[in-house]
Design a protein. Structure first.
Lengths: 100, 164, 89
């Protein structure tokens, strides 16, 4: 019973995560400027990956879930920082172009 | 850095080490404690990271569930908004907005950055914790005052008790 | 998790990998290329997680964690390089 419920939750999280990644890639392909693409990228590297990793509860394997939790913590801390780094360097570059 | 915070760092690093190994053998625990002790001692010499918030730690610990849960709600709402925006179902004009934040130390500034940056509809472009300014790129910049009010409100409700 | 869910999911992620390659090829400047590489790293992490669920072993996730940390460091280095002309400057 519990394993069926976990399977349904895991499949739903997987569907959400993959849908978010698809939307994000569509956005990266379609949007013209760097800052708009950053929002689309944040969709995949933040919530998309987190949902796919969270669907590990359905495996009921302690080793996999432990590692997925570790990966979730790392991704939560690193994905905002990499987005910020790209945004800052894009802004610096835009300013330098304006000065020249 | 006080002795308790150094001890907490050693415990946290050891916990990560044991999670990576997924084992609880006494030898592994000993190796983890020694390794993280060396790391913490070496990191002290490199650069001090400013004082941690002054509030007592148990009161800050009480606020952690609200911080994590509230951030999850924020992420869900903004993911929905950004997905609609990416699919061109909701046309808004993206732009830069300056948000005034209360002046704070390095740990609180890091909490601001991660909490705001993990939501896909806001990207932190610049954060100056000493002057208390944060430059955001948002997907809907038609009403900057609404963006400022929303950020400050979610700070009051989620972050303030843990990272004032 | 049942294989009936995991196999289509893996096929989907593989198609996303192809789309990510397309985004990489279509990028107009260096920042857009870095963004596309970041998204590609996220897709590969998801693929490794799915492989780990399918074979029911943990060590694919080791590779996923290592890859996500590596892509983080690579993005930071590239961004610093582009902003200031040197990875440490």
């Amino acid at each position: 019973m519990i394993s069926v419920v976990l399977d349904v939750i895991g499949a739903a999280l997987l569907l959400v995560g993959l849908t978010l990644m698809t939307i994000s890639l569509y956005g990266v392909l379609r949007l013209p400027d760097t800052f708009s693409q950053l929002h689309a990228q944040g969709l995949a590297t933040g919530p998309g990956v987190l949902a796919v990793l969270a669907s590990s509860v359905a495996t009921e394997n302690a080793a996999i879930i432990t590692f997925a939790v570790l990966a979730i913590v790392f991704v939560t801390l690193t994905s905002p920082v990499s987005g910020h780094a790209i945004a800052r360097s894009a802004r610096h570059r835009g300013r330098r172009r304006q000065v020249e | 850095m006080t002795r308790t915070s150094a001890l907490m760092r050693v415990v946290a690093l050891t916990a990560i080490y044991l999670l990576v190994l997924t084992s609880l053998h006494p030898g592994d625990i000993l190796t983890g404690v020694v390794l993280s002790g060396i790391f913490v001692a070496a990191a002290r010499r490199i650069r001090p990271l400013g004082p941690s918030p002054a509030a007592p730690w148990f009161r800050r610990l009480v606020g952690v569930p609200a911080l994590v849960g509230g951030t999850l709600v924020d992420v869900a709402v903004s993911t929905w908004r950004t997905a609609l925006w990416c699919l061109n179902l909701r046309r808004t004009r993206p732009g830069l907005v300056t948000v005034p934040i209360p002046a704070c130390g390095a740990p609180s500034a890091a909490a601001w950055g991660v909490r705001v940056g993990i939501t896909p509809d806001t990207v932190v472009v610049d954060l100056d914790e000493e002057r208390g300014r944060m430059l955001l790129h948002v997907i809907d910049a038609r009403d900057p005052d609404a963006v400022r009010a929303e950020q400050l409100r979610s700070y009051e409700r989620r972050q303030r008790r843990v990272f004032p | 998790m049942p294989a009936a869910v995991l196999i289509p999911a893996m096929v989907w992620v593989t198609l996303l990998l192809v789309a990510g390659g397309l985004a990489l090829a279509r990028a107009r400047d260096v920042h857009q290329r870095v963004i596309a590489l970041d998204v590609l790293a996220a897709v590969v992490v998801a693929l490794l997680a799915l492989l780990s669920y399918y074979w029911d072993v943990g060590y694919y996730l080791d590779a996923a964690v290592a890859l996500s940390l590596l892509s983080f460091v690579a993005t930071i280095a590239a961004a610093r390089y582009l902003a200031s002309g040197g990875p440490f400057g």
